[in-house]
Design a protein around this ligand. Structure first.
Ligand SMILES: [Zn+2]
Length: 241
């Protein structure tokens, strides 16, 4: 989701009944269209989640950073890219990270037919299971957009829908310092409210493999340097399911 879309959802929510629907469909933590997994209740836990990969350089370097700190993260992958980079996807799984479904082609699911929604979710499950030889249990809707049929279809396919409670805003080309600031602010806010942090970041981009995401890798490295010695525990979303 872009910041404009977030702002639009917020404005609509405040002003009109249609806004209530926009909130339910788009606001990351809304439960109005069905239960979604956001985060656990331990304020010392952080799940780093990466969407829109696999993405060559950025994903490979991210795997090195996570390995150096002996931390596991969650990757929501686009099926079309998985098909193009099966070896890279297998190396994500081999390193112990959790892999989830982020549809085949990254459409706005809130505007698609039931048949298309099923095709997107089942297709991504199939390509991931072919690649990894293991079932997929988690799903993140592109842009966080959903409506009841999206969540119902996910459930029928054995998938738990996962949102987030911290947005890094790293789908735009912003420097690592800014990404780091967005995330640290979110973690401080969550700790104050006594809940764990589910951080949305991007090692890829839905427009294609090769999107520049090295600032996200750099921000991840600095997050780990900052929070690991402070005793924060890095988990995957499966730890909260
Ligand atoms: Zn995405």
């Amino acid at each position: 989701m872009t910041s404009i879309q977030l702002a639009t959802a917020a404005v609509l929510t405040a002003s009109t009944a249609a806004g209530g629907l926009a909130y339910a469909a788009l606001w990351p933590q809304s439960q109005l269209f069905g239960r979604v997994l956001v985060a656990g209740s331990n304020p010392n836990e952080i799940a780093l989640t990466y969407d829109d990969g696999p993405n060559d350089d950025a994903t490979e370097r991210l795997l090195e950073v996570l390995a150096r700190h002996e931390v596991h993260a969650t990757f929501f992958l686009i099926g079309g890219f998985v098909r193009q980079r099966p070896a890279l996807v297998r190396s994500i799984a081999a390193a112990g990270h959790l892999i989830g479904n982020h549809t085949m082609t990254h459409p706005w699911l809130s505007w698609q037919s039931s048949a298309r929604i099923r095709e997107e979710l089942a297709g991504c499950n199939a390509v991931l299971e072919d690649t990894l030889g293991a079932p997929v249990r988690f799903f993140r809707p592109p842009h966080g957009a959903r409506r009841p049929v999206v969540l119902r279809t996910a459930r029928e396919l054995g998938l738990t829908a996962v949102q987030w409670n911290i947005t890094a805003f790293d789908w735009n080309p912003i420097p690592a310092e800014k990404i780091l600031a967005n995330v640290t602010q979110g973690i401080a806010h969550n700790r104050k409210r006594g809940r764990a942090s589910n951080v949305l970041m991007h090692d890829g981009g839905h427009l294609g493999i090769g999107q520049p995401r090295l600032p996200t890798v750099e921000a991840t490295s600095r997050l780990l340097q900052q929070y690991k010695p402070a005793g924060m525990r890095f988990v995957t979303v499966a730890d909260w399911a």
